[in-house]
Design a protein around this ligand. Sequence first.
Ligand SMILES: [Fe+2]
Ligand SMILES: [Fe+2]
Length: 266
Amino acid sequence: MNLLTQVLHLVGSGATAYITAANMRDPKSRPNLLAGFQLAESGSVPFLEALSQRAANEGDDWLAEKLAKHAQDERRHGQIFAHALKQLNKQVIDFKSLPQETRDGKPDERRRSPFFEAYYEGYDVKEIFSPDRMDWLVFMGSTYILELDACKDFVRMANALPDDPVSQNLKKGMMSIAKDEEGHASYLQEAIERRLGYFGAEALITEWRTRKVNAMVAMVTNLLKKGGQMPSLAMDGVPSEVAEGMLDPDGTGEVTGKVTAEPIAA
Ligand SMILES: [Fe+2]
Ligand SMILES: [Fe+2]
């Protein structure tokens, strides 16, 4: 990593830590942030399950098992955020109901991610998100960096939450999520080292760290162009299909600290 990338990494992680923590603390912006996390966490489950199946087919049982556990963890994370939204009387927007394009013919902003476009720059996105064809090292390198940073980000955001009981419940859930993300980063690092050795792994990780810094710059530039407005991902109301059984077994609408603080599916 060159000096400029290193400086941008420090500035970028400081700035996003500040922005996400402030958005989590503010009750007005919290639902949108939670909805974004629910979509990201739940959305990764089928992909991870398919990758686990592929690793098993390729005879890598160690990796297949780690990916299956990873998928279970992400499902639980999605449920924690869905429950937190429900307690705020909000739910994630239904993406299927969104138009592909806005009235002026441009792609709907909520379907685009300037961050991911820049992060995977140079790769065919269809190829990247196809579990049958995805290059294992691209998956491992890119996911390792995201998991490592997610762990620190979730701790910071959890600590920024106010003191009311609902927020404190979410805080416990987010702390347990952060612990899982740390575990994901750790097995991915091991997986890369199994394939490339220590020095090869260091080089791959540096490449993805550099890509992340560049992608953050792209995302912030895009955000500034829109005057700091994030696309809305949350809407009012509670969907009936929220997996209450997992987080709210007695149907009272209350999640006990014990339930959110401990892995449910893992
Ligand atoms: Fe997660
Ligand atoms: Fe994760």
